[in-house]
Design a protein around this ligand. Structure first.
Ligand code: ZN
Length: 509
């Protein structure tokens, strides 16, 4: 094949069942790109789209001739289920583009999408693409490690490369891996198939970190076994699931791609699943109560700390506008606190109008919503001073957003007592110190940093905060990791840890 035609497409959404549904406008405000503009963005210096997508394109560019067929990449911030009309519009576009034959397809997905009419739209899309291109055209796919994997998905594609790090910092490697493997497939060196084992183990994201702990050990074990089977296994991916999607596909998934022989992949997937099941008791973590967090923050005789506002992580569908922790810290008179980032366009606009140095009453959530997903976005008012203002994009520096352009709109830094609060106009997870540094703040000078992020901040803030200086605070909001609080209706039951007596038939093997 002199210059294989590779279709590039994907729909990226992590759906929190309880959050507001994702609309076309949500996608258009982040990524809804096709044709030459999609390709140009993927090849740009600081792409605003999914890093693995750019990495795939750039790795294909670097490894020989190819003819990219840039169909459509749709992505939005974590939200609720995607609206049916948006999903249908996406399907129509990609299937029409595949009327022209291609030699392979790259699917760039998150894997934890829900649609208002479907529990497994990722599986549905993979199946539709497979039906359209036929059984001989290779399909390779990248997925986030929080994917809720289905048999429908794994049986439709030839290769799955899931992230192996949480915080996610290996998107470039996974995009490249998919491209390099595709080159091998196109050269006739592999005819891969994907094996999948699902466990009745559905932990909250908070126990799915990879630097240490059971999940990291499992992933390391998978990589060790993959290296030992280098002649027969192309990829081992272990998906932690995204519990807030609340779908029948929830649960840890072991996904192994065999070079040719599916039975080898099935045996390895069983082996890793057995190990994961034996470790299930370790997938439980406890949080720091808000009261205790306030006590830590008001004690000046200690090392600097960072707090995760765990219940309100925009990266998991959180609104980015809960006030529980902010108001508790303000009322307690906490000093030398950096707090970020509060998503409130109206407040940012008012600060801009007032100007630097102005004193005003900062009213957070002045237009409190009445929807169920807005119930934790309580109004909060405090006397504040405008310290700094800015507008426009910023490029990530450390961790998950490194090198990626973030759209933040109008931003303001306001001071409430001893708390410096970053206000932004597009909902973003505070996983990168740049969200403070863009105002000239030096993280090293803070006694307490509070971030609206559940886990990804660990990579961005590691230079200042080793694990023993990190606290996950039990705050309310759409991403509270206390599963008992959620009306989970579709997660398979029994599942551990929701059901302490959950069993797995494969455990006896
Ligand atoms: Zn993820």
């Amino acid at each position: 094949m002199a210059s294989p035609r590779i279709a590039l497409m994907g729909m990226i959404l992590e759906s929190n069942r309880c959050a507001r549904p994702a609309t076309l406008a949500d996608f258009e405000s982040l990524t809804w790109l096709k044709g030459d503009s999609l390709l140009a963005e993927a090849r740009s210096g600081a792409p605003a789209l999914a890093t693995e997508f750019s990495a795939f394109v750039q790795a294909m560019d670097a490894t020989g001739a190819w003819t990219p067929v840039p169909v459509l990449l749709a992505a939005c911030h974590p939200h609720g289920p995607v609206e049916k009309e948006v999903f249908d519009a996406y399907c129509t576009e990609i299937l029409a583009a595949l009327d022209e034959p291609v030699d392979a397809v790259y699917l760039c997905h998150h894997g934890a999408m829900v649609a208002t009419h479907l529990d497994d739209p990722d599986g549905e899309l993979a199946t539709l693409v497979r039906q359209k291109v036929g059984s001989d055209v290779p399909i390779v796919q990248t997925l986030d490690l929080h994917g809720n994997i289905s048999d429908k998905m794994t049986s439709a594609v030839n290769l799955i490369c899931g992230y192996r790090t949480n915080p996610h910092v290996d998107m470039i490697e996974r995009g490249e891996e998919a491209a390099f493997s595709l080159r091998r497939i196109l050269a006739g060196l592999a005819r891969p198939r994907v094996a999948h084992v699902k466990l009745p183990l559905a932990p909250a994201s908070i126990s799915l970190l990879t630097a240490a702990g059971p999940y990291g050990e499992l992933i390391d074990y998978g990589q060790k076994r993959q290296a030992e089977h280098a002649g027969t296994i192309l990829n081992v991916s272990i998906f932690g699931n995204f519990i807030f999607s609340d779908v029948p596909e929830n649960g840890v998934s072991i996904v192994v791609t065999a070079r040719d022989d599916l039975s080898v992949a099935e045996a390895l997937a069983d082996e890793i699943a057995t190990m994961a099941w034996q470790m299930r008791d370790r997938f439980i973590r406890s949080l720091t109560p808000v009261k205790e967090a306030v006590a830590i923050a008001t004690n000046s005789n200690r090392k600097p700390v960072i707090f995760s506002d765990a219940g309100d992580n925009p990266g998991g569908g959180g609104s980015g506008r809960t006030t529980e922790l902010l108001s508790a810290l303000a009322e307690a008179g906490a000093e030398n606190v950096f707090y970020g980032s509060f998503f409130d366009t109206e407040l940012a606009r008012e600060a801009h109008k007032a100007g630097v140095g102005a004193h005003f009453t900062a009213r957070f959530n002045r237009t409190a919503g009445t929807q169920t997903w807005e119930q934790w976005d309580a109004p909060f008012s405090a006397e504040a001073t405008v310290l700094a203002l800015r507008e426009g994009d910023v490029t990530g520096r450390l961790g998950i957003f490194a090198g990626r352009r973030l759209k933040l709109g109008l931003c303001a830094l306001v001071e409430i007592g001893g708390i410096k609060v970053v206000v932004i106009s597009d909902r973003a997870q505070t996983a990168d110190p740049v969200l403070f540094e863009m105002f000239g703040l030096d993280i090293a000078t803070a006694q307490t940093v509070v971030v609206k992020s559940r886990g990804h901040f660990r990579a961005g803030f590691l230079p200042w905060f080793p694990p023993q200086q990190v606290f996950e605070i039990d705050t309310e909001g759409l991403t509270s990791p206390v599963l008992e609080r959620w009306p989970l209706a579709r997660v398979p039951r029994p599942s551990f840890p929701l059901d302490a007596d959950a069993g797995w038939p494969g455990a006896s093997a």
